[in-house]
Design a protein around this ligand. Structure first.
Ligand code: COA
Length: 169
């Protein structure tokens, strides 16, 4: 497994995964292109045997104490083997580098797998947005992480994670 910063050249592979993972509310290629190019963003991808099997994005405006996890997706065939957690950690490490204190995200109320991942990293529910996801009419759960607490809980092994280089989850 290799993780690296995403580039504009990853757009097609990212969009293929986006449509497979979010059949009813995928972002458009234009939105994704803008996200990848934004100076306020930080997108990472994970590859296996040269194939892109996941991506994740952070929005952290320089100088702001808050940041958002924008998206995180692992190809169905590659799930359940730690890749989602690895990408989330990459985003949180970058948020730390940018001086962020609080990280927010929105997750579908009918997505217990993603909720479990976030809760296990220390995110806690702080609100709900009724019927936020359309056309499915599903609520969004808003979650928040105290990033300094998260950093303090990391083990030395976790700290070796490096990537050089919707919240609408
Ligand atoms: C959510 C997602 C990114 C998780 O990625 P992943 O690589 O499968 O997850 P990991 O293997 O890193 O597992 C991390 C944690 O997620 C939770 N999890 C993973 N698979 C799970 C399952 N089948 N059932 C319940 N919890 C699960 C567990 O808390 C797990 O921690 P553990 O292994 O210590 O028990 C992936 O399922 C995915 O892409 N889903 C579709 C897109 C999506 O819903 N994105 C999130 C939008 S907010």
């Amino acid at each position: 497994m290799t993780t690296r910063a995403a580039t504009a050249a990853d757009l097609d592979a990212i969009m293929a995964l986006e449509h497979a993972s979010f059949p009813t509310d995928a972002w458009s290629p234009a939105m994704m292109r803008e996200e990848l190019a934004s100076p306020h963003g930080w997108y990472v991808v994970v590859e296996e045997a040269g194939r892109l099997v996941g991506y994740a994005g952070l929005r952290a405006v320089r100088g702001s104490r808050d940041a958002d996890i924008q998206t995180i997706t692992i190809a169905e065939s590659a799930r359940g083997r730690g890749r989602g957690r690895a990408l989330l950690s990459e985003l949180l490490v970058e948020a730390e580098r940018r001086g962020v204190h609080e990280v927010f995200l929105e997750v579908r109320a009918d997505n217990p797998v993603a909720q479990a991942l976030y809760a296990s990293e220390g995110f806690a529910e702080v609100g709900r947005r009724p019927r936020y996801y359309q056309p499915d009419d599903v609520d969004a759960i808003v979650m928040q992480l105290d990033l300094r607490g998260w950093a303090a809980r990391r083990t030395p092994d976790d700290a070796t994670t490096t990537t050089t280089g919707k919240g609408w989850c």
